[in-house]
Design a protein around this ligand. Structure first.
Ligand code: ADP
Length: 456
């Protein structure tokens, strides 16, 4: 239409000014109008073709992206059809975006909460991402890690080397690494190059903290070594004495009696050691091996105290007990009996003639609290944190002399922990020690003690 206007206007101007006859002007106007209509028609056609092309490609996008596109109706106007397809595409894009955001949040949550450490580096070994577990294991903060190279951030040549190896080989590499700062840790690291080791693609490391596992393994190895060592001493002395008897000592009455007494002592020590090792193994085997049931703790304590009276007499130590309040715990009566007996035995043995051991059972909030207080030799403060370790003794010679195995308090600690309780100690050298055992209480009625496995 725009082309018509200037022709018409200029024709009218020319007529008005008398330059052109009127008939010619009308022709010119008609020609102008026809040319304008033709141009407009071709413009509209072009526009319709574009809209159709746009509609077809929009439909293809909607269908390719799995959108819920409306069905195509023969008679519907192209523009309406296009609008319908466009809104289908927009619905699909919105849903895809929401799903992508949810997936990203899930990945982020897993990444943040994973116990394993994840460290992502680019082709120049610069750290792009790390999760909190990796930051903790390598003692890093994101500010001191992101954008830095592995060696700059961690100062661990072994880790840097492992990344390089994996990326050069284009294959996964794994190794155990030790860190020292801020504390010693043993890490198992697995590095996988991304996209088959193309240097520009970087690599991802998965880190596992083996420190605790390694410690437990070492404790087990040490335990076997210690048990073997402890067994060897009495076995060797029995062997030597039996050989001496065979060589003729048996004929001398005094020597014979002395040797027999020593052999009995060594055999007792062996038996005690085997009993204690088995008791520890039983507790460590977990709830499956323990006789879990309601236990009347007050009654159990009274029975255990009564069983220790002969020992207390032998050591001239007075035993007193306060167990008035009826208290029930859920637990293993055999393990509990042994733990209580071990505390009383120690109170008696590491004491002086004329000394005392006082046992008191009471309720503290949700717990049963058993105190075994003695007026014995006491424990120097530097040993207090270690006496619950297996085979740890303050005075090795004295413990052996008293028939100790060095496992008594380790058994107490394991029994308490297996019952969800704790054991603590306070001690003053020359004045005495107080051991305090706490166990969670249950409200259930206890089984009669005579029904339980109580053959000790
Ligand atoms: P042991 O068989 O040597 O008695 P324990 O594990 O029962 O082993 O105790 C570890 C060490 O703790 C003992 O060797 C002893 O030195 C010290 N100890 C334990 N109980 C007492 C106590 N009541 N008074 C003083 N020392 C104690």
């Amino acid at each position: 239409m725009a082309a018509v206007v200037p022709v018409t206007v200029s024709a009218i101007v020319l007529v008005a000014r008398g330059h052109v006859p009127l008939i010619g002007v009308v022709d010119a106007l008609l020609v102008g109008l026809m040319v304008g209509a033709g141009m407009a028609l071709s413009l509209v056609n072009g526009l319709l073709r574009s809209i159709t092309r746009l509609r077809i490609s929009t439909r293809r996008i909607a269908l390719d992206s799995g959108g819920d596109a409306p069905p195509e109706k023969g008679g519907i106007d192209d523009l309406d059809q296009l609008a319908a397809w466009l809104s289908a595409v927009s619905r699909h894009v919105r849903r895809s975006l929401r799903e992508a955001r949810e997936r990203e949040q899930e990945t982020e949550a897993v990444f943040a909460r994973m116990a394993d450490g994840i460290l992502l580096v680019d082709g120049d070994l610069r750290i792009r991402r790390l999760n909190p577990a990796a930051a903790e294991m390598l003692a890093l903060t994101p500010g001191r890690a992101l954008g830095y190279t592995v060696i700059e951030a961690t100062m661990l040549h072994s880790l840097d080397g492992l990344f390089r190896e994996a990326m050069l080989a284009g294959a996964t590499r794994m190794r155990r690494l030790e860190t020292i700062q801020p504390r010693r840790r043993l890490l198992h690291v697995l590095v996988t190059p991304l996209e088959g080791g193309v240097r520009g693609s970087g690599a991802v490391a998965v880190l596992q903290d083996l420190t605790e596992f390694d410690r437990v393994e070492r404790v087990r190895r040490d335990f076997v070594t210690n048990v073997s060592h402890e067994l060897r001493t009495p076995v060797t002395s029995i062997k030597v004495m039996v050989e001496s008897l065979q060589r003729g000592a048996i004929k001398q009455k005094a020597l014979r009696e002395e040797f027999f007494r020593s052999i009995v002592e060594a055999t007792d020590r062996l038996a005690q050691l085997v009993d204690d090792v088995l008791a520890l193994a039983r507790i460590e085997a977990g709830p499956g091996r323990l006789e879990w049931q309601p236990v009347a703790l007050d009654q159990l304590v009274r029975e255990t105290v009564a069983a220790q009276v002969p020992l207390a007499r032998e050591y001239q130590v007075e035993l007193t007990a306060e167990t008035d309040e009826p208290l029930v715990v859920t637990g293993d009566p055999e393990g509990l009996r042994q733990a209580i007996a071990n505390l009383i035995t120690n109170g008696v043995k590491y004491n002086h003639p004329g000394g005392q051991v006082h046992i008191r059972l009471r309720r503290t909030e949700e717990e049963a609290c058993l105190e075994v207080a003695d007026t014995g030799i006491g424990i120097p403060p530097e040993h207090l944190s270690r006496i619950f370790e297996r085979f740890y003794r303050v005075d090795r010679g004295r413990s052996r002399e008293l028939g100790g195995t060095g496992l008594g308090l380790a058994i107490v600690k394991h029994v308490c922990e297996a019952h969800g309780g704790q054991v603590r100690v306070e001690s003053v050298v020359g004045k005495g020690s107080t051991f305090q055992m706490t166990l969670p209480l249950t409200e259930a009625a206890p089984a009669p003690l005579s029904d339980r496995a109580t053959d000790h």
